[in-house]
Structure formats: structure tokens, C-alpha cells
Design a protein around this ligand. Structure first.
Ligand SMILES: NC(=O)c1ccc[n+]([C@@H]2O[C@H](COP(=O)([O-])OP(=O)(O)OC[C@H]3O[C@@H](n4cnc5c(N)ncnc54)[C@H](O)[C@@H]3O)[C@@H](O)[C@H]2O)c1
Length: 260
């Protein structure tokens, strides 16, 4: 087992990549606290983990709320008996518009993708230090590495996540805490479709959602979206001791989308 007896918190764990990561981490020996705003989907993930012989707890939380973004850390440390790693996976698509943008949408994009993960991190550090160190992982995006035509606000927030990760890697190295980011390309999860179905995204693209997905796929060297499990594999590696000399990286998991 690759992360046997590690104690971990995973956000946005009820669906997609977070769910795949939660299942994989538990199968590799970790005890996990799963946080998401979707309580019933979250319970289903925990049940699947327990049915497979793993250990999981859940907490329903809206992570755009600072108190709730902090509370999940206390709940995790209490339930698990400490904390070795956090995958700050939560995020949200952003608005396409620039001139007539809804500033509440813009603020939510910044708050959920960037502020909330910083709030959770701040609450987690004492727990990681108490265990002699650990690993923090964040979900940026290929839109955090190159400009996103779809949403400048999302691109700004995800670039911000990578800046935060690099700075925190430097700050936390003396505490034996590694800090890394994943940069997924289009991954086949519900969020992929939520993004392309936003009305202002469609207006920008001038095409229907399925055509937009196909167009984006055609630009990927591997010619297909990623699977949530492929991102979970990368997350497992970066959170495990196998990545003991890796900190401050932003790893694309994108079928080559950012290679050219
Ligand atoms: N799917 C993609 O193509 C893609 C690509 C790059 C990056 N990302 C990033 O991946 C993450 C999303 O993961 P996914 O694709 O696995 O999505 P998903 O749609 O499968 O799951 C998103 C989960 O986030 C939860 N959530 C949303 N808002 C929340 C909130 N305020 N508080 C608590 N939980 C909340 C939802 O309930 C859901 O379970 C985001 O950070 C996103 O920016 C996704």
C-alpha cells in the first residue's frame, strides 16, 4: 500500500476527480475525511470506501464560506486523530464575460478557487506540523498555466493557485511540508459539461456544448479527455512519500495539451 495509515482530507470529494482520489487513497491504506456540499453523494462515496474495506468520514460543507472551509479541518483532525495530507480540490468554473461580467460570479470564482483553499490551508498547518510534516496538494488547471479563452476570471484564479503553491512550497519546506499542484486538462467529470453549458460560454463559442467539447478535444495531442482516475493516480503519487523530493511543482495531467 502506497499511503498506508496516512490521514488525509479531500475536498470536492463527492464527484469526479475528488471522488476518484478518495476511493484510491483509501484503497492505498489512508484514512480519509471527505468534504463536499453534496451530502448524499458524499455518503455514497464513503459507503463505497467502507464496502471495499477502507476507512472514511464525511462532512457536508459549503467551502465558499470561510467558517466552513476552516471547520472541515478541525472535523478531519478530530475524526482521524491528526492530519498528514490535504487535497484542496474544490473549485468552480468562471464567467466568460469581461465587460458585462457579473461581479458576484467573478468574486465566487476567486473565492472558491483561491481564497477558500488558502483558508483551509491556514487551518491545516498546525495539524501537519504536529505530525512532523506532510503534503498539501491543490487543483489548478491547464488554465493556470496558459490563458483560458473560456474564462479570464477562472484563468486568473487558477494562475493564482500556482503562485500560492510555489510560495508556500518555499515557506513550508523547513516544516517538512511539501506543496504541489495538479493542472488537469479537460477531464470527463460533470464540471466539464457544466462549463460548456454556461450560457455566456456558449455565446462566446458560438456553438452548442457537444461541439465545443469536440473542438477542445481536437486540440489535445492524445485526442481525448482525461479520466478522473488518471488525475487520482497523479494525486496519489504527489501525496505519497514516493514524491519525497518534489515540492513547488505544477504538474499537467492533460494528454499533452500544454506541450506545444
Ligand atoms: N473537469 C475538468 O475538466 C477540470 C479541469 C481542470 C481543473 N478542474 C478543477 O477540478 C475541480 C473540480 O473537480 P471535478 O472536475 O472533479 O468536478 P465535479 O463536477 O465532478 O465535482 C465538483 C464537486 O465540487 C463540489 N462543490 C462545488 N462547489 C462547492 C462548494 N462551494 N463547497 C463544497 N463543495 C463544492 C460539488 O458538489 C461536486 O461534488 C475544480 O477545482 C476545477 O477547477 C476541472
Amino acid at each position: 500500500m502506497r499511503i498506508e495509515n496516512k490521514l488525509g482530507l479531500v475536498t470536492a470529494a463527492a464527484s469526479g476527480m475528488g471522488r476518484a482520489g478518495a476511493l484510491r487513497f483509501a484503497a492505498e491504506g489512508a484514512s480519509v475525511m471527505l468534504a463536499d456540499r453534496d451530502a448524499s453523494a458524499l455518503h455514497a462515496v464513503a459507503e463505497a470506501i467502507e464496502a471495499a474495506g477502507g476507512r472514511a468520514h464525511t462532512i457536508a460543507a459549503d467551502l465558499s464560506n470561510d467558517d466552513e472551509a476552516r471547520d472541515i479541518v478541525r472535523a478531519a483532525a478530530d475524526a482521524l486523530g491528526g492530519l498528514d495530507f490535504v487535497w484542496n480540490h474544490v473549485g468552480t468554473p468562471g464567467p466568460a464575460r469581461v465587460e458585462e461580467v457579473d461581479w458576484n460570479d467573478f468574486a465566487l470564482t476567486m473565492d472558491l478557487n483561491l481564497r477558500s483553499v488558502a483558508v483551509t490551508t491556514a487551518a491545516a498547518l498546525a495539524h501537519l506540523r504536529a505530525r512532523g510534516g506532510g503534503a498539501l496538494l491543490y487543483t489548478s488547471s491547464v488554465s493556470g498555466l496558459i490563458g483560458s479563452r473560456q474564462s479570464p476570471a477562472y484563468s486568473a484564479a487558477k494562475h493564482g493557485v500556482i503562485g500560492y503553491v510555489k510560495a508556500m512550497a518555499i515557506r513550508l519546506a523547513p516544516d517538512n511540508i511539501r506543496v504541489n499542484a495538479l493542472c488537469p486538462g479537460p477531464i470527463d467529470t460533470p464540471m466539464l459539461r457544466v462549463f460548456v453549458k454556461l450560457p455566456d460560454q456558449q455565446a462566446l463559442a458560438g456553438m452548442d456544448p457537444e461541439a465545443l467539447i469536440e473542438q477542445r478535444q481536437a486540440r489535445i495531442p492524445m485526442q481525448r479527455p482525461g479520466r478522473p482516475e488518471e488525475v487520482a493516480n497523479a494525486a496519489l503519487f504527489l501525496l505519497s512519500d514516493e514524491a519525497s523530493y518534489i515540492t513547488g511543482v505544477a504538474l499537467p495531467v492533460d494528454g499533452g495539451a500544454t506541450a506545444g
